[in-house]
Design a protein around this ligand. Structure first.
Ligand SMILES: [Zn+2]
Length: 257
């Protein structure tokens, strides 16, 4: 099978853009469209014609490039059925549990209510890739804006079942702040300490800290580690459910400076 090339870049303040491209079929998709000019610059740089946009959710910093890109490339926009009325130019509506073919590959759709109610993620098992939008970040997760903490717990933790080799592409570069916060509730976690040093060095060099992997996140991401004895002890929640621990961590993060 042909290889899919993934190109990630920064745009706006801290958004990630990703362009995926199949050199055999020519199919080229932008994961969200935070900034049309930035996406077009990448397309031109590598001589690609945009055929699709995969939209994760309706926030402006994920869809504001849709109209311009559709006008310039005539690309098809695939996005969440549950918030289709808020996705500019949407052509194909999809929901969690569905899969569709793109460039001879199966793309799986995951429902991720919490950050927004209709938020979806896309995974390509054949490419060991997950496009998580603003649901799962490296060592973090998205802010719960429209849904409940309980919904977000399930949305984030569903990804534990993906292969540990899966690359996770996120909507934002928030890793440095996330690691600082995570260390306040699990300071003895060696993998987290290592990540702290690695991320600080990468950011000092101006490098992107994503994509991460599911394997790395299982070792360091507190929102996937609600069963960690150290976290539970530090929160005084030894007998709570994982969802309750998740809610406490997410609430503390909101107040973390
Ligand atoms: Zn968002």
């Amino acid at each position: 099978m042909s290889h899919i090339d993934m190109r990630q870049f920064m745009c706006l303040e801290d958004n990630y853009g990703v362009i995926i491209h199949d050199s055999v079929t020519g199919a080229t998709a932008s994961i969200d469209a935070p900034d049309a000019d930035a996406v077009e610059k990448q397309l031109k740089k590598f001589g690609r014609q945009l055929t699709h946009i995969f939209t994760t959710h309706h926030h402006a910093d994920h869809v504001q490039g849709n109209a311009q890109l559709k006008e310039h490339y005539g690309c098809k926009i695939i996005g969440p059925k549950a918030e289709a009325d808020k996705i500019p130019g949407i052509d194909i509506q999809v929901s969690g549990g569905e899969k569709f073919m793109w460039s001879n590959r199966e793309i799986f759709v995951h429902d991720c209510p919490g950050h927004t109610l209709g938020h979806i993620a896309f995974s390509i098992p054949g490419e060991f890739s997950l496009f998580a939008g603003d649901t799962l970040f490296s060592v973090g997760c998205g802010r719960v804006i429209e849904g409940t903490l309980e919904q977000m717990f399930h949305s984030v933790n569903q990804f534990k079942t993906l292969s540990t080799s899966t690359y996770v592409y996120c909507g934002h570069e928030y890793t440095e702040a996330n690691v600082k916060f995570a260390l306040t509730i699990e300071p003895e976690n060696k993998a987290l300490q290592n990540r702290f040093h690695a991320v600080a060095a990468m950011r000092a060099r101006g490098e992107m800290t994503c994509p991460t992997t599911i394997g790395e996140e299982l070792k360091t991401n507190p929102y996937l580690r609600c069963d960690s004895p150290e976290i539970r002890k530090n929160l005084g929640m030894e007998t709570a459910t994982d969802a309750e621990v998740f809610a406490e961590i997410r609430t503390r993060k909101n107040n973390f400076k």
